[in-house]
Design a protein around this ligand. Sequence first.
Ligand code: DGT
Ligand code: CA
Ligand code: CA
Ligand code: ZN
Length: 573
Amino acid sequence: MINKEIAKILYEMSILLEMKEVGFKPRAYEKAADSIESLAEDIGNIYKHGGLKALEDIPGVGPSIGEKIEEYIKTKQVKEYKKLKKEIPVDIEGLVSVEGIGPKTILRLYKKLGIKTRDQLEKAAAAGKLVKGGFGKKTQDNILKGISFLKKEHGRYLLGEIMPIAETILEKIRALPEVQSAEFGGSLRRMKETVGDLDFIAFSDKPAEVVEKFLKFSEVKSIYSKGRHKALVRLSIDIDADIWVLDPKSTGAALIGWTGDKQHNIALRTLAEKKGWMLNDYGLWRGKTLLASKTEEEVYKKLGMDWIPPELRENKGEIEAALEGKLPQLIGYDDIKGDLQVQTDWTDGRNSIEEMAKAAKELGHEYILITDHTKSLAMTGGSDEKRLVEQMAEIDKINLKFKNQNSKFKVLKGAEVNIMPDGTLDIDDETLAKLDIVGAAVHSKFNMSEKDMTARIKRAMENPNVDIIFHPTGRLIQKREAYKVDMDDLLKTAKRTKTVMEIDAFPDRLDLKDEYIRKAVEMGVKLSIDTDAHVLVHLQYLKYGIGQARRGWAEKKDIINTRSWQEMLKLLK
Ligand code: DGT
Ligand code: CA
Ligand code: CA
Ligand code: ZN
């Protein structure tokens, strides 16, 4: 698959072109890069079968970008990209990953201070050279903050970023004829928001053969170590992967051992020891007698408890609950009926309302809520009152189309309005009242004190038109710390005002996070799980939000969009 390589070049070209301020071109390159990154089929194959014409059928790819892709497939390089890189020879990927740094800043940093890499940037900022070079003191501080944040999280990967490749590899392992079954282990199976490495556990009577075949997978870049039952490798996407191949007879015990975190596993083993037994990766034992090993259910049952869903296995009360038969009935991965945060090309999304609606329908949804940004978020071309009214008319038309096709699919009218620093909104109440559901979010002035930020959001919750608070803490994993809020106070207010708190499923948000979700659930605050999609493929992010909801012990009833849209609307203010 060269899709990723090509997408990277096109994405970097979009940034390089933006530095040079060449009109609409950057957007076009970015759009093409996104589209290629999300293609299921190998672009090399597409070209082999259909030539340049087939490339141009890829959404977002026109003749000029098509030629660049052809050039790369044929020559492994793109001349224009090389030329641009020579002119501005900076490590784009490393620099844009620092929060708040865009193309213009990168160019200025290079031109004024000769900065090419993140390391150089950090040194220069730490020495106060940015200010001397004409940058603001605030910019310099923010850059330092951004870099230290990146460092802290270094070596971990976003769940949503690595899950697609992890799933591909798992399917390949399962497809091997020697393999009876295989699962993820570790943090991946627990759906933790970031993972340190990928763990695979396979069950087979011929472990050595499975290991050998695994090592030959195209995703494997290099091998650290290998044995007859296991291997540790580096993948080409630069993350480590562990594989363990074990006896099918001990499937349950081994999966338990390789899934729970250390605390969970220690607690289980202690429990076994208290009964005079022993639990290891091969089974639950009384002396040399095997008590249970084949399935996870059997092992947990023998220990006197219910089966514990993987997402809960971190010794946070799940063992006690399982012993008492009081585990929650977690929301399932198929339980969401509609997506409540979807952006379109009316603002900073890439696809039209209709395209988003059709894609959601294909995913099996019954409805979506269109939530474009509003006017004070100028960089997204946010809507004002007039445009929101126009959009509502457009949505009516699209709903009529669905109806005429005998489809029950429903596009709901919404917006993602901005909560201003004083807690007021940037759209008038009269217009908000016309929308089906209003989401409100903080998108500016993140550095307020905890007291002020809490008051700001609470004031928005008091507005009778505000139904949901989107991404309530504003964090961007590995990029930006959450703004400071008193979460207990917010949740209390949410409960009293019947405001829903969102679980934003976008891979770098996952906001609310698991720990806050659990608090919300305990307090009886209603939640929604949405993708925050800006392009068709993002609609598939839902499962990462559901994973966090499960980690937060949420049940189906806690999540409003597990209901039909009619039932859901009844729950709102
Ligand atoms: P991570 O990788 O930092 O995101 O976190 P985990 O939880 O995936 O940790 P990892 O990869 O070190 O371990 C994977 C799983 O295997 C985890 O459930 C703990 C378990 N585990 C780790 N080392 C051993 C070991 O030596 N023996 C057994 N039985 N289990 C182990
Ligand atoms: Ca792991
Ligand atoms: Ca591991
Ligand atoms: Zn937002």
